[in-house]
Design a protein around this ligand. Structure first.
Ligand code: NAD
Length: 250
C-alpha cells in the first residue's frame, strides 16, 4: 500500500525511537518526510530513508521555540511543496521523583517539551492547514495520559494535557477539515525507556502486570499513526488511541 504517495508529512522527534520508526514507515508508503529534532542523529534517519529510495530532509529544531516550528513548516513547504499531515512526537521523560522533590527546572522541561512543544507545533501546522483547506495531526501522548505511575507526575500531567489539547483542537478545527488525534503508547523500548528495559526487576514487575507480557517495539506504534493520518481515518477526530498491549485493560 502507498497511502502517502505524492504527500508530505512533518515528524518531530524522529532521531530515535517511535518518531524514527514512524518517519521510516511514512517514507515506505510514499511520503516525503520533513523531520524536526534537536538531536543530529535525525540525519541517520534521513540517510536510512534516502538509502531506501525515499524522500526526507532534516532541520535541527527545538520544539520549545515556536519560531523554529514555524521555520520547520516553511522548510517542509519549500523542500516538498506541500504538507498534508504532521506527527508531533518529540518528548522527554524527566527524572523520576516524588512531587515534593521535583525542582522547578525539571518541571519546566516537561511543560516546555512535552506540552508547549506540541502546542507550538500545532499552531504552525494549523496556520498552514487553514490556508490549504485541511490536514491531519497526530500528537504523541502516553498511557500516562490515562493513568498515573508513581514519580512521573509532571510527565503524566503533560501527557494528560496533550490528550486534552488534542480534543480541544479537534473541536476548534473540524469544520475547516483539520483532524487532530493522539496516540497513547504503553511501554515501548526506545532510548527514553532503555534504563527500564535494562532493569530486570522493573521489567519483570511490568511484564507480570501487562497481559501481553512484553514491551512494544517502535515499529508496532507507527502503523496506528499512519492510519490516523490517512484518508481511511476520515471520521476519526479528537480521539486518543491506546497502543499498550492491554496494559490499561485490567
Ligand atoms: P526517544 O527518546 O527515542 O525519542 C524522543 C525524541 O524527541 C528524540 O528524537 C529526541 O531527540 C526528541 N526531542 C527531545 N527533546 C526535543 C526538543 N526540545 N526538540 C526537538 N526534539 C526533541 O523516545 P521515544 O520513546 O521514542 O519517545 C517519543 C514520544 O513517545 C515521546 O513523546 C514520549 O513521551 C512518547 N512515549 C514513549 C513511550 C515509551 O515507552 N518509550 C511511551 C509512551 C509515550
Amino acid at each position: 500500500m502507498m497511502r502517502f504517495e505524492g504527500k508530505a508529512v512533518l515528524v518531530t522527534g524522529a532521531a530515535t525511537g517511535i518518531g524514527r520508526a514512524t518517519a521510516i514507515a511514512f517514507a515506505r508508503e510514499g511520503a516525503s518526510v520533513m523531520i524536526g529534532d534537536i538531536d543530529d542523529r535525525a540525519d541517520e534517519t534521513v540517510a536510512m530513508i534516502l538509502g531506501e529510495g525515499g524522500r526526507a530532509a532534516f532541520r535541527k529544531t527545538d520544539v520549545r521555540k515556536a519560531p523554529e516550528l514555524d521555520e520547520l513548516v516553511a522548510q517542509c513547504l519549500d523542500r516538498f511543496g506541500r504538507m498534508d499531515a504532521a506527527f508531533n512526537n518529540a518528548g522527554v521523560l524527566p527524572p523520576q521523583r516524588p512531587i515534593h522533590e521535583i525542582p522547578e527546572d525539571e518541571l519546566d522541561l516537561a511543560i516546555d517539551v512535552d506540552f508547549k512543544g506540541v502546542f507550538f507545533a500545532m499552531q504552525a501546522e494549523i496556520r498552514h492547514f487553514l490556508k490549504v483547506g485541511g490536514g491531519a495531526i497526530v500528537n504523541t501522548a502516553s498511557v500516562g495520559a490515562l493513568i498515573a505511575d508513581p514519580n512521573m507526575s509532571a510527565y503524566c500531567a503533560m501527557k494528560h494535557a496533550v490528550s486534552g489539547l488534542t480534543k480541544a483542537a479537534a473541536v476548534e478545527y473540524a469544520q475547516q477539515g483539520i483532524r487532530v488525534n493522539a496516540i497513547a503508547p504503553g511501554f515501548v523500548v526506545t532510548p527514553m525507556t532503555q534504563h527500564w528495559a535494562d532493569s530486570n526487576e522493573f521489567t519483570q514487575m511490568f511484564f507480570a502486570q501487562n497481559i501481553s507480557g512484553r514491551a512494544a517495539r517502535p515499529e508496532e506504534i507507527a502503523p496506528t499513526v499512519l492510519h490516523l493520518c490517512s484518508d481511511g481515518a476520515s471520521f476519526i477526530n479528537g480521539a486518543t488511541f491506546t497502543i499498550d498491549g492491554g496494559q490499561t485493560a485490567h
